[in-house]
Write a new protein. Structure first.
Length: 80
């Protein structure tokens, strides 16, 4: 069976080797905003790369009816 999922994280948190000022400032801002993003705003929370990877592995090994996987679902599926 062929599967196709588009994994769409919001801002990807975590460290990177290359320094980008705008990205750094965005990450700092989202560290604060992530706490108030609830309900419909949850899909805009930043996501750690490990959760994205875990979600992609989970999607490859399980049935999932959604084609587009937003950040709020990545947070949940990446916690399995």
């Amino acid at each position: 069976m062929t599967k196709l999922h588009f994994v769409r994280p919001a801002l990807i948190s975590g460290k990177r080797e290359e320094f980008r000022l705008g990205e750094y400032l965005g990450k700092q801002l989202f560290k604060l905003l992530d706490y108030v993003m609830v309900g419909p705003l949850e899909k805009y929370k930043s996501v750690h790369p490990s959760k994205i990877a875990k979600t992609m592995i989970w999607l490859a090994n399980h049935s999932y009816d959604k084609v587009v996987v937003e950040s709020d679902q990545i947070q949940k599926l990446g916690s399995h």
